[in-house]
Design a protein around this ligand. Sequence first.
Ligand code: FAD
Length: 382
Amino acid sequence: MDFRIPAEFEEELGRYKEFISNRLTPHLGGWYAQKEVPRDLFLDLGGQGWLGLEVDGARFRELNPLKDALFMEHLGIISPGTGVAVLAHVSLGAKGIVLFGNDRQKELYLPAAARGQTLVCLGNTESGAGSDVAAVASTATKVDGGWILHGTKAFVTNGVISDLALITAVSDPEADRNSRISMFLVDLASKGITRTKLHKEVWIPSDLTRIKLENVFVPDANLIGNRGRGLQQVLEIFTNSRITIAALTLGTAEGAFRTGVEHAKKRQAFGGKIIDFQAKSFEVADFYSKIEAVRLLLWKTCWEKEHALDFRLSASMAKYLSVEVARAVGQWAADLFGAPSVIYEHPIHKYPMDAWASSLGEGTQDIQKLIIFREFMKREMA
Ligand SMILES: Cc1cc2nc3c(=O)[nH]c(=O)nc-3n(C[C@H](O)[C@H](O)[C@H](O)COP(=O)(O)OP(=O)(O)OC[C@H]3O[C@@H](n4cnc5c(N)ncnc54)[C@H](O)[C@@H]3O)c2cc1C
């Protein structure tokens, strides 16, 4: 096994980090105050081919999973809230079209999505359907030439800034739990849509939005994938996106860790530096090892995906462990700063909050454990 990052990725990663330093970091304070990720960021990332897809005319290719994960990790180090906005567009919205769109839909939407000109989000969660993804109650009623969608999607990342949303709704109420939901691509400028930005305190500056659909007409051409397969499709999108959220959460852990250690190297107490207390140095060693363990598990998952192997188990383990580690490191690093850590604008404040947010996206920790247990029993105990 070769654990080195390929040279061509290193070179591109160098340019990406430079982009983050020059085009992102200086503006973050303003974005945090506005609580808004500007659309220009997507144009800039898309212009460099950094939005998950390499586009050549109407043809496209998904980015290598390891490269994608490295990009997301480095965004997460600086700003997990900006990272999740990119994740929602690339790994939830556009990914649904990549995985389940037909040729016409791919041609129509993916080039603009890859350039950052059109933004796509995904709305599945409802007040009665979170972990239980299949409990969706929004309805899709067949009419001449299309569908009428009705219902409310409770928590949608990028709901305000996006142009399009993948929406799940019950199209076949008489069918069984596995065959009653379909997925639709909805133009968010359609008549009957109301978007309400929610006041949240995690993953700033991304927006979290409630999308209400009141008898919204969606043409037949915007059914994504197969009628009645919406549940399986959304679950597969989440399986893929677990790689990306694990990378984002690894970045969150690393950002907190490095910010904390830098502080401990400088902060004086009882006549010495905090880093020099052995209790603290052991904690540094502990978290450094755990962060590296998460990274290796994530890279293994990327490798499995690149080689078209089943990455379901590894993706859930990577997501699960990344969150465990990021929550612990985030809390530890905030503690190192003492009182200033509670101030909203303080650089450390976001990390424990954002690690908490990571625990919810793409399935809670309990849901990851359900998947890990099921896969373990199937693979090793059958
Ligand atoms: C910041 C943020 C951004 C989000 N963005 C999006 C988005 O873009 N699109 C979207 O569709 N959704 C989004 N969500 C919603 C997110 O996917 C859900 O919050 C998540 O799936 C959990 O659902 P829930 O909040 O309804 O919790 P619930 O499902 O009500 O879970 C409550 C608790 O019960 C536990 N639990 C549930 N079932 C089981 C079980 N079988 N065994 C053991 N424990 C269980 C859970 O682990 C949890 O601790 C977002 C949420 C947040 C906070």
